[in-house]
Ligand binder design. Structure first.
Ligand code: UDP
Length: 238
């Protein structure tokens, strides 16, 4: 049993679809999925309630449907996130971790419908809850959906696992002088136009005084490090 003290009691974790592919030219990197499952179990055993929102970018994003009707393309994006939610549920259960996938758009033959009270009850019963389908409406991303669901389930923190290890003053791949922030406010982030978190998600999190933490998922154990208070990315506060 891990001995580190926990900084958070109930955490919301946003995983992008790309994280599940881990940069490979395949939909899923099974080794990465195993590592994510192991770390999530370690966090759960340490006593954190975990709710996950998964993206769909490894399969489809609405903005890929250039010639499509946007709403239809977003429907496909939401279905992609549901596939990822089923994949995560499957890998967790295979690892012996109690987990339940819930979808924003009802597909009862495949998963539980997302209902705030059922999600909270599952968390309190020690299950990891994985949400597919974002908010179930087009023109949104799973960053914003994560912010809204995190508020609904009264999470203490939203972990934004990204392909960058924090928020920088400029794009560090283009600007060698870019500096990484240990903490930043949503207002400053918005004012500087730093789009590591979607603007609509950032505004929602600010308005609801919900802190988030941006870090790199490349090493899945980073989830545990953040939950035990290690400073490895950028904390974003009101
Ligand atoms: N999406 C949507 N409504 C939502 C959440 C997601 O329409 O509430 C669609 C949208 O097309 C989005 C896609 O699902 O591009 C996949 O989500 P996202 O782009 O956030 O995935 P990620 O980049 O995190 O893998």
């Amino acid at each position: 049993m891990p001995t580190h003290s926990l900084k958070y009691r109930r955490a919301f974790v946003k995983l992008s679809g790309q994280a599940l592919a881990n940069g490979k030219d395949e939909l899923y990197d099974s080794e990465m999925l195993d590592r994510i499952a192991e770390v999530l179990d370690k966090c759960r055993k340490a006593g954190v309630e975990l709710c996950l929102m998964v993206g769909g970018g490894n399969i489809w994003r609405g903005n890929m449907g250039k010639t499509m009707d946007r709403t239809r393309a977003d429907h496909m994006g939401m279905m992609a996130t549901c596939m990822n939610a089923l994949m995560l549920e499957d890998v967790l259960i295979r690892h012996g971790v109690p987990a339940v996938a819930m979808t924003a758009v009802d597909m009862p033959a495949f998963a539980e419908p997302f209902r705030q009270r059922e999600a909270v009850a599952a968390l309190e019963a020690g299950k990891i809850v994985i949400i597919g389908g974002g908010l179930g409406i087009p023109y949104f991303t799973t960053d914003t959906a994560a912010a809204v669901r995190a508020a609904e389930i009264e999470a203490d923190i939203v972990l934004m696992a990204k392909n960058i290890d924090g928020i920088y003053s400029a794009d560090p791949r283009k600007d060698p002088d870019a500096v990484k922030y240990e903490t930043i406010t949503y207002d400053k982030m918005l004012e500087m136009g730093l789009q590591v978190i979607d603007l609509s998600a950032a505004a929602f999190l600010r308005d609801n005084a919900l802190s988030s933490y941006v870090f790199a998922l490349k090493e899945p154990n980073n989830i545990y490090e953040v939950l035990t208070g290690k400073s490895i990315g950028t904390e974003v506060t009101k």
